[in-house]
Ligand binder design. Structure first.
Ligand SMILES: *Cc1c(COP(=O)(O)O)cnc(C)c1O
Length: 281
């Protein structure tokens, strides 16, 4: 279960761990999320770390999206507690602005990666380990892979971590401005105030409609906008209802861009519901 900000409830986690202990079951891991895909919610990491300590349970943090906060000059503290994790997932192709794909699993104890190691005579014989010849195959389930680290290395060399963090701050600030626009706009309902750079919202007609109509109007608006070639918005479901979503990961995007796309969406949705026509009459 999650709270109103859609963060894991540590009380529920504590109860689940107690239940496992009572049943003699061994939890494999607790997986916290630092930046959920839809809402950017960050689970209470220090509390989760304390529970994992108490139960001697592996703590994994999925920071695929939230990892940009690590480099942020102003929001780093949102990830407090992540340093206590046993393993962390990061997607540099999201919050570090890399082209797909560039991801990593970071582990506290590098010997953990031995579980992914298999020695083949033709590839990475055990002799090479003794001779200390590095081979990425020892740390990965993939044998053949692209040099996904190169672009990240180039970015860090040319921009520095602070530069990346500033850009991530900009998209988070943009989402906060977008939220203000949406919250003040009677045509829209916005779900939660963003922590990161996503906005989940839906068009709501100015007259009472069935929830099925509202769902269809939002779906229609999304498809019509895509077909027009003017913009692409993502979609998701919240409590069974159809919502739209901006994932803002381009620091060049402006509040005016957001406002323009919102007008386009409303136009398509109104057209679907025949609202603007009625109003004109
Ligand atoms: C995107 C995302 C993933 C998966 O990322 P891939 O890039 O598809 O591997 C996992 N967790 C979260 C929270 C994400 O946002």
């Amino acid at each position: 279960p999650v709270d109103r900000e859609r963060r894991m409830q540590n009380v529920a986690l504590a109860a689940a761990l107690e239940r496992c202990a009572a049943e003699g079951a061994v939890p494999m891991a607790v997986v916290a999320t630092a930046g959920t895909t839809d809402f950017g919610s960050i689970d209470p990491l220090p509390e989760i770390a304390a529970l994992c300590d108490r139960h001697a349970t592996w703590m994994h943090v999925d920071a695929a999206y939230g990892c940009g906060l690590l480099a942020s000059p102003t929001r780093r503290e949102l990830l407090d507690g992540i340093e206590r994790a046993d393993s962390v997932t990061v997607d540099y192709h999201k919050a570090f602005f890399q082209p797909v794909s560039s991801s990593a699993v970071l582990v506290r104890d590098r010997s953990t990666l031995r579980h992914a190691t298999y020695h083949a005579e033709y590839l990475n014989p055990e002799r090479t380990v003794r001779e200390r010849i590095p081979n990425q195959v020892d740390k990965s389930l993939q044998t053949t892979r692209r040099f996904d680290a190169l672009k990240l290395w180039m970015t860090l060399r040319t921009m520095g971590a602070d530069g990346v963090g500033q850009l991530f701050d900009e998209v988070c600030d943009l989402a906060a401005e977008g939220w203000r626009l949406l919250a003040a706009d009677p045509r829209y309902d916005v779900v939660v105030e963003p922590r990161l750079s996503t906005l989940v919202f839906r068009y709501v007609p100015d007259r009472v409609r069935t929830s099925a109509d509202v769902d269809r109007a939002n779906l229609y608006a999304r498809k019509a906008l895509f077909a027009s070639g003017e913009a692409v918005v993502a979609g998701t479901k919240v409590g069974g209802g159809q919502y739209l979503k901006f994932t803002l990961l381009n620091p060049e995007t402006t509040t005016a861009d957001i406002a323009a796309v919102l007008d386009l969406i409303a136009g398509h949705a109104e057209q679907y519901l025949g609202e603007s026509l009625d109003r004109a009459c």
